[in-house]
Design a protein around this ligand. Structure first.
Ligand SMILES: *Cc1c(COP(=O)(O)O)cnc(C)c1O
Length: 441
């Protein structure tokens, strides 16, 4: 179906220019922004200030898990804000207690701490690890190359990508990187100071790379053997994006009963059916666009961060928790996890079809559920003239076609749709992606 996009009148076009001017004059230029000013949205569609409509397959980088302007979120915000927005963690509030219980129910025995962002949730995990190892003088956390853990000072030290560290040295001490999905190197990297290993279940910023089941089970066994905490960053790949609440639940799903074939790993308690990390960070989709972060700590360590050791003013406000509770309710009622799993599998098969049909443009399909990557081929001739990365140029062409996506690295374009994306919208997205791919072939 061809969409008729009205040519914006000059006065409207000036809205973008005037907004950009406000940014140029007043906003710290730490982001490379696209030439788009967005004004409103509904479901999986957003509109720019000129009135052009986009199918949003990026959802603010895996955040707006129910799309835009969802009535249930609006209602939760309105209703809770009439009662209490914030009281501080000097007091108990029901929404925070209930949300913690809902998260524990979905992950496993343990407790939850609430904060405001992914970087802050990971920061809590670093502190948990330091507290855990403190009396033995252990403090070092191993993280993966190509990982992403946020932009705080400790976050960029943890992140396994040089580009986020450059210019901010000296790095916070106590982080070392190991290659992802490589168990033997992880084992060899452990020093007497090592206290924890932190990985993403599916590397997001690094280019949509899932951990293998063997890696997860192997790290669990290794951490048990060496008395290390196994920490997982579920900020991007969590919250049902893979089809299960957490990515490790999805990755290990097919492994049930197969642990014994994994050369004795099960004897060390690392079998797929009872796999749990020791700490897990969440944010992004947890609040569907309302800022909230959290980390879960497995039962044996759940009281390590005792009174006075950690805190944040806004962590777990009644308002944020009411929104997060409502989102979980909608996901469950509308069976959106199954939707993400099924529709995600279809999207991936379509990207695989594009890779077969247009191998000079699309190299492969990556990921699972609604965390997917289109890996672009090397040296696409149409991209040679610009010094922008292929991923950026592809994303820009998709903007022109009316689709929002998110680049990851130089070669990968991410699809991170809302969990309530409709089949017909997925179809529209793929045909627009195919249009762009075709024009490059
Ligand atoms: C986005 C992200 C973070 C950082 O979250 P913020 O809310 O931006 O601080 C951390 N880890 C992963 C895997 C992420 O994708």
């Amino acid at each position: 179906m061809k969409e008729i996009v009205p040519v914006p009148p000059a006065i409207v076009r000036n809205d973008y220019e005037s907004i950009r001017e406000l940014f140029t004059k007043n906003v710290v230029p730490s982001y490379g922004r696209f030439e788009l000013a967005l004004s409103h949205g509904a479901g999986s569609y957003v509109f720019d200030v000129a009135g052009k409509r986009y199918l949003d397959l990026g959802t603010g980088i895996a955040v707006c898990c129910l799309g835009h302007a969802h009535p249930a979120i609006t209602e939760a915000l309105v209703e809770q804000s009439k009662k209490l927005i914030h009281v501080s963690n000097l007091y108990f509030t029901e929404p925070q207690g209930r949300l913690a219980a809902e998260l524990v129910k979905r992950i496993g025995p343990g407790k939850v701490f609430f904060c405001n962002s992914g970087a802050e949730a990971n920061e809590g995990l670093y502190k948990l690890a330091r507290k855990f190892g403190h009396d033995e003088g252990r403090f070092e956390i191993l993280t993966a190359t190509n990982s992403f853990h946020g932009r705080t000072l400790a976050g960029i030290a943890a992140t396994g990508q040089d580009k986020v560290k450059k210019g901010f040295e000296p790095a916070v001490p106590g982080f070392r990187h190991i290659p992802f999905n490589d168990l033997e190197t992880a084992r060899a990297a452990i020093s007497p100071a090592t206290v924890a290993i932190l990985i993403e279940g599916v590397q997001g910023e690094g280019g949509v790379t899932p951990a293998t089941p063997e890696y997860l089970l192997g790290l669990r066994a290794l951490c048990d053997e060496k008395k290390l905490l196994l920490l997982m960053d579920g900020v991007q790949c969590g919250h049902y994006r893979t089809g299960k609440f957490q990515s490790f639940q999805k990755i290990l799903e097919g492994e049930v009963g197969q642990a014994s074939s994994l050369s004795g790993l099960d004897r060390q308690g690392a079998c797929a059916t009872n796999f749990l990390p020791d700490g897990l960070s969440m944010a992004k989709s947890l609040g569907g666009g309302f800022p909230i972060g959290a980390f879960w700590v497995r039962a044996p360590y759940q009281d390590l961060l005792n009174a006075g050791t950690h805190g944040t003013t806004y962590g777990g406000t009644p308002l944020a928790c009411a929104v997060a509770l409502k989102i979980l309710e909608v996901i469950e009622q509308e069976k959106l996890a199954e939707q993400a799993q099924k529709l995600g599998a279809w999207l991936k098969s379509e990207i695989e079809r594009l890779a077969k049909t247009y191998p000079t443009v699309v190299k492969s399909a990556r990921g699972m559920g609604f965390i997917l990557g289109i890996e672009l081929a090397e040296k696409i001739p149409a991209f040679a003239a610009s010094d922008k990365t292929p991923a950026l140029q592809f994303v820009n062409r998709l903007h022109a076609a009316g689709v929002l996506t998110v680049p990851a690295g130089n070669q990968i374009v991410r699809l991170l749709p809302a969990l309530n994306l409709k089949p017909q919208e997925a179809g529209e997205g793929i045909s627009k992606v195919e249009e762009v791919v075709k024009s490059l072939a």
